[in-house]
Design a protein around this ligand. Structure first.
Ligand SMILES: CC(C)(COP(=O)(O)OP(=O)(O)OC[C@H]1O[C@@H](n2cnc3c(N)ncnc32)[C@H](O)[C@@H]1OP(=O)(O)O)[C@@H](O)C(=O)NCCC(=O)NCCS
Length: 189
């Protein structure tokens, strides 16, 4: 299953990224743009996945991102990343983001997300087999099993969504949108 029976320790590709939240990151509400945080998460996911696979990788999917707390300008953001699960060519990277306020010393959990990264062959650009994970602690085993479960759930959700979409009745001339916050003004509507 893994690239030529090769397995690499989780600890070898764990990466920590720290960045000061400068004023140019501010949004209209005076907080840090969510997009800045997402961009940092994508960067660290790439670094972690490329470090494990030693391949060029792309982001295939991002599990839900809930911002639990706003990030303030002037805080230090720390992102912790780790390969949780390895498939044949894909990896689930777990990312935990915390913000730290220097003045108060307060550390807050901003969010935790899971990025699925796929390793690609540099010539053909098709998915490339990656090394497996060497699981050395109970926590690494727990993360691997939970990563496997999330992968299964993602596949099921994609399938269920496709199925549900194929069953939508797009004829809204009746009262099928009653109670929704919209008004149909199409020529047919
Ligand atoms: C991700 C991508 C390489 C998958 O290509 P594909 O031809 O569908 O490849 P496969 O079906 O063989 O799947 C390869 C692996 O990716 C995983 N995968 C594919 N689509 C996925 C998705 N939407 N979410 C999570 N995993 C996915 C598969 O489960 C498989 O994992 P495994 O090898 O560990 O079993 C392709 O869809 C792609 O290039 N997407 C664009 C990625 C990109 O440009 N990202 C940056 C956006 S700015």
């Amino acid at each position: 299953m893994s690239k030529s029976g090769e397995f690499r320790p989780v600890s070898e590709s764990q990466i920590v990224l720290k960045e000061l939240m400068v004023p140019s990151y501010e949004n209209f509400g005076g907080k840090v743009h969510g997009g800045v945080v997402l961009s940092l998460m994508d960067k660290i996911a790439y670094a972690c996945a490329a470090s494990h696979s030693k391949c060029y990788c792309v982001t295939a999917s991002v599990d839900k991102v809930d911002f639990l707390n706003p990030v303030e300008v002037g805080e230090i953001l720390t992102l912790y990343s780790s390969v949780n699960y390895t498939g044949k060519s894909s990896m689930e990277i777990g990312i935990r983001v915390v913000s730290e306020n220097f003045h108060t010393g307060m550390i807050r959990h901003t969010n935790t997300s899971y990025f699925t990264m796929v390793a690609l062959n540099k010539d053909t650009k098709s998915p490339e087999a990656i090394p497996g994970l060497l699981l050395e602690t109970d926590e690494e085993v727990r993360r691997f099993l939970e990563g496997r479960l999330r992968r299964k759930v993602r596949k099921l959700q994609r399938h269920e969504l496709d199925q549900a979409r194929s069953e939508i009745d797009y004829d809204v001339s009746d009262s099928s949108l009653e109670g929704e916050n919209c008004k149909v003004v199409t020529p047919e509507g």
